[in-house]
Design a binder for this molecule. Structure first.
Ligand SMILES: Cc1cc2nc3c(=O)[nH]c(=O)nc-3n(C[C@H](O)[C@H](O)[C@H](O)COP(=O)(O)OP(=O)(O)OC[C@H]3O[C@@H](n4cnc5c(N)ncnc54)[C@H](O)[C@@H]3O)c2cc1C
Length: 390
């Protein structure tokens, strides 16, 4: 039985409706039963637990905010945040799979696709029958994707796509890829590329020390003939990929706190049980300082994302506010994971406890979907009106 007892020091649950608490309960139960017992083994072996996909779909983890008529769960952003938090308490890699599927694949099809595209792809993605991936980053263009070189030219009722994407979550297992590429006019457009299209390959990225239970790969396009009906018609600028990232970053802001709460909870239990010098290590001031600071930062983060959810539900959350929350939550989670690891002493580095896995996972979370530095610069630009990127 799971001993997970997440902190709620400021009684934030009182700000959450019964319906949302029920959603949280159902995801928590699923994580306890299906994910937590196997995740350490899959992470150690660097294998994606693909068999979990139907179960993730059943509990609505794919496209929680997509309307029900397209197979989504039709929920609000508070529900989406809570779901990501519970999932990432289990593992950031599996949360990444859900973020990509919902925010980076289903969302652009919903927001920028036509109705034929929505009806063809969204129900299959929501049910987990198809897995998707999102190709924006390139080998030479990470923080500055606007300089991408992947492009397509006209070829009758098709386009010919050439280029390569790197660091793509879900790529090795994906049935469809949302690929951002420059059109003949040099504008960024989204294309739905399907596995099996000639010239399209997805080599796996090996040797990761982080997100080991999430499959990462490249997307390689060698004169891939993509039907024009697979182009997302609703956007032809960087607004397309950036608005997807905004959705996903919002989920990460909630999710990373889930990893932090799991580390904190584990450390509290350990500190009360582990005895040295004849008493529990939790009785020493130095360990109490660590725990007190961890709880303080987690509580501040919880309040931030709760408020962000309210703003998002009212369509008032700005991209800069989302950047601040993503950056804060991941920083909090990394600090909490590192301190918690120390509280566990030698046991902290083993797979007997989830802390080291969370810590290594968070080293990717702090980099993807906009690096820690880039989010800081977004806040700086919002404050001053001055762009410090270039
Ligand atoms: C496990 C994993 C999964 C990923 N999944 C996906 C995915 O599914 N789809 C996708 O498209 N991408 C994905 N990414 C890519 C990720 O978004 C990029 O790694 C990220 O945007 C950073 O790009 P980069 O690695 O090329 O670093 P760079 O852009 O080369 O940055 C290197 C360093 O320079 C700093 N830097 C860059 N520009 C500036 C500046 N102007 N001022 C100050 N500092 C700067 C950065 O903060 C960073 O510290 C994934 C990455 C990882 C690690």
């Amino acid at each position: 039985m799971s001993q997970y007892n997440p902190p709620d020091y400021y009684l934030i649950d009182e700000l959450i409706s019964e319906e949302h608490l029920l959603i949280r309960y159902s995801i928590r139960q699923w994580v306890n039963k299906e994910l937590s017992p196997i995740i350490e083994d899959y992470a150690q072996r660097a294998e994606f637990p693909k068999h979990l996909i139907p179960g993730m779909a059943d509990i609505g983890l794919f496209g929680p905010t997509i309307p029900q008529e397209y197979g989504g769960a039709g929920l609000d952003y508070l529900a989406y945040g809570i779901m990501m938090q519970e999932l990432e308490r289990g593992d950031s890699g599996l949360r990444s799979t859900a973020s990509v599927q919902g925010s980076l694949v289903m969302y652009p099809i919903y927001a920028f696709g036509n109705d034929d595209q929505r009806r063809k792809y969204l129900p299959k993605l929501a049910s987990g029958e198809w897995l998707g991936c999102f190709g924006l980053t390139e080998p030479d263009h990470g923080s500055n994707p606007a300089e991408m070189t992947t492009r397509f030219v006209e070829d009758g009722d098709h386009v010919l796509l050439n280029g390569a994407k790197m660091w793509i979550s879900n790529a090795p297992d994906a049935d469809v890829a949302i690929v951002w590429a420059k059109n003949p006019q040099g504008k960024v457009q989204g294309l739905i590329v399907e596995r099996g299209m000639e010239g399209f390959s997805t080599p796996t990225t090996h040797n990761k020390w982080s997100l080991r239970a999430s499959a990462t790969g490249e997307l390689v396009f060698d004169n891939v003939r993509v039907p024009k009906v697979n182009i997302l018609p609703g956007v032809a600028s960087m607004r397309g990929p950036l608005s997807c990232l905004n959705q996903a970053r919002y989920g990460i802001a909630w999710g990373a706190l889930g990893a932090a709460m799991d580390c904190y909870d584990t450390a509290v239990r350990y500190a009360k049980e582990r005895e040295q010098f004849g008493r529990p290590i939790g009785g020493f001031q130095l360990q109490q300082k660590k725990l007190a600071e961890m709880l303080t930062e987690i509580t501040k983060g919880q309040l931030l994302v709760w408020r962000l959810a309210m703003l998002k539900n009212e369509d008032r959350a700005t991209p800069a506010q989302i950047s601040m929350a993503k950056r804060n939550s991941v920083e909090t989670a990394l600090k909490v994971a590192r301190e918690a690891r120390q509280i566990l002493g030698g046991m902290g580095i083993t797979g007997e406890y989830p802390i080291m896995r969370h810590m290594m996972n968070l080293e990717s979370v702090v980099t993807y979907e906009g690096t820690h530095d880039i989010h800081l610069l977004i806040t700086g630009q919002d404050i001053t009106g001055l762009n410090a990127f270039v």
